[in-house]
Each structure stands twice: as structure tokens, then as C-alpha cells.
Design a protein around this ligand. Sequence first.
Ligand code: A2P
Length: 339
Amino acid sequence: NDPVVAIVGVTGAVGAEFIATMDKRGFRVGKLKALASARSAGKTVSFRGQNVVIEELTERAFEGVDIALFSAGGSISRKYAPIAVKAGAVVVDNSSAFRMDPNVPLVIPEINANRIRDHKGIIANPNCAAITALVPLWPIHRKNRIKRVIISTYQAASGAGAAAMEELVESTRANLNGQVYMPKVMPHPYAFNLFNHNTAIDPDTGYNDEETKVIKETRKIFEDDTIAVGVTCVRVPVLRAHCEAITFECEKPITEDQVRAIMAQAPGVKVIDDRARNYFPMPIDASGQDDVLVGRIRKDLSDASGHSISMFVAADQLLKGAALNAVQIAELLPQRVMA
Ligand code: A2P
């Protein structure tokens, strides 16, 4: 029988992409359970031409569920993922709640699909900024170990959810109409502005939580505790798809041609690197695409030793950064009946 699949946070920005991605990839679903807060209960979502009634997330919601995809925030996952596991479901969790738990595999299928089988009920989907950097960095790291990487992010509204996307549109409109807009979701004015990532700052280190996630998750996914990661995460007024400027230093010398050749073969990567036309990865092109776009591949001129390369990448935060990666994980579960 095809699995019963629950989506927790079905009305959210990622929830909608869970449905679209399962549909696009022909993921077989026996029955879909659409779960959200009491606010949404009774409304419907459309799945494969059928209207599915949204149910309130409760402790009893997981009876008979085989696979549960969670994207309703960390506190909902912390409370309900163990309940779903107890009811017999395998959880693929998009929140940060369990990512660093040693009993929970943290999986990017292009990198460590083999870790899925270690799960004890929960598999964590990595942070979107981490996924965007690591998909292209992994095949380089395997050939010529990356000792050190510096990442600067340009993160879209989508990473903060549907309400943040709406705030970007509404505040931009208000600005253009000469009206004052008071931010409701973001900590600062979003239209025609950018700011430090809207997660808590560690008062001692000065790093925000997003940056700490990228550092820790890189080490866990690469299974390399010594890789040095420097990172600055910034929210930019882009609706969807994150960009990142990445500079990495390898153990052995590396050339841009070698990186280009590795990228051309890399799963989940598409090279967009047209110097003649000044055409490189952009959020507008990454939106709706499965691949991480990679370009501006060039020698890092600050490292005369020839061990360092810089590049610029873009990926759809809602797809490879969230829903697509989770559905790819779900596709590798034995609960999934292969088409
Ligand atoms: P709802 O629309 O009913 O509030 P986003 O990441 O786009 O902000 O979406 C968050 C998702 O998490 C939404 O689907 C939202 O449902 C859901 N959610 C938020 N709070 C709860 C809750 N207490 N119980 C269940 N789902 C929740």
C-alpha cells in the first residue's frame, strides 16, 4: 500500500512546496493528512485535483501515518515529532530542533544518503543556508579536502516563512506609495534595506544563530570536525532563493578549471558562469529550480599560494533548501512504495 503522509505546517511557505514537490516528482501517497494550527482547521488544500480538509495538529493526529513531513517551527517539532514517532511514523523534520542530536541523521541526499538508515524515527533536514553551500562544496571536498571556507549569505524572505514574504511585498508597496509601514514579522524595515539575520545573537561570540547552524551542520554533514568555517548571514529584500558568496581553501593547490570540471559533474548543481554576458547565479533564476546554481568560479586573489577559489551560488530556499531536500529523503525511506 502507498504510505499515509502527514504534512505538519501545510499552510506555510514550505508546506505548500511539500505538496508541489511530491506532485512534481510523482511521490506516491495513499492518503494525505494536512495538518496546521486550529486557525486553519476546516480550510482545504488542493492535492492532485482533490481538496483535502486541513486538520488541527493534535497528539492524536498521527494514527496510521507512515511518513510525517514537519515544517511548523522548532517548538512544534520538539513537541510533536516524538509523538509521531511513537505512533509509528518516520519524521523528516525541517526545523532545527533535532539537527545536532547525535541520534538524528542530518541528511543532504547528494552527500550522505547512506546516513538515512541510521535513523531512530527522526531524520533532520539541514538549514537552508548550509544546504546551499554544501551541495557544491562536497564534491570538491571529496577530491581535495577543504580546510577552510568563508561564506557570506544573501538570504531571501522565504526562509522566514509566508508572513515574512508578505511583509516584504506589503512594505515595498507602502514605501512606493509614500506610506509608513511598521514591521510585524522582521525586526527592521525590509523594503529597500538589508540587515543581520533575524535570529538571536550570541552576546559573547557576536554570531547569530543562523551562522552557528551553518558552522555546526557543515561539520556534522561532512563528518569533519576540523573544517574551519567563517560565516556572515544577512537577510536581503529578495522574495525567494538564497545567494551566497563562498571562498574556500583546499589542502592541495586547486585551479578554477578543476572546480569547473567538478561542478559540471556534481549532482544537484548547475553551472551558470557566463563572463562575456555578465550572467551568473541570481535568485530570480534559482526560484522554482531544483539545482543549486554555481558561478563566478575564480581564483581567490587574496591567496597567492593557489589553494583558494571563490564562487557565487544561488538556490531556491523553499525547494533544495527545504521541501525538495525533505522529499528526496522521504523517497529513500523503505516506507515509500517505489513507482
Ligand atoms: P497556520 O497557517 O494554521 O498558522 P510559515 O513557515 O510559512 O510561517 O508557516 C508555518 C506553518 O506552521 C503554518 O502552516 C502554520 O499553520 C503552522 N503552525 C504554526 N503554529 C502552529 C501550531 N500551534 N500548530 C500547528 N501548526 C502550526
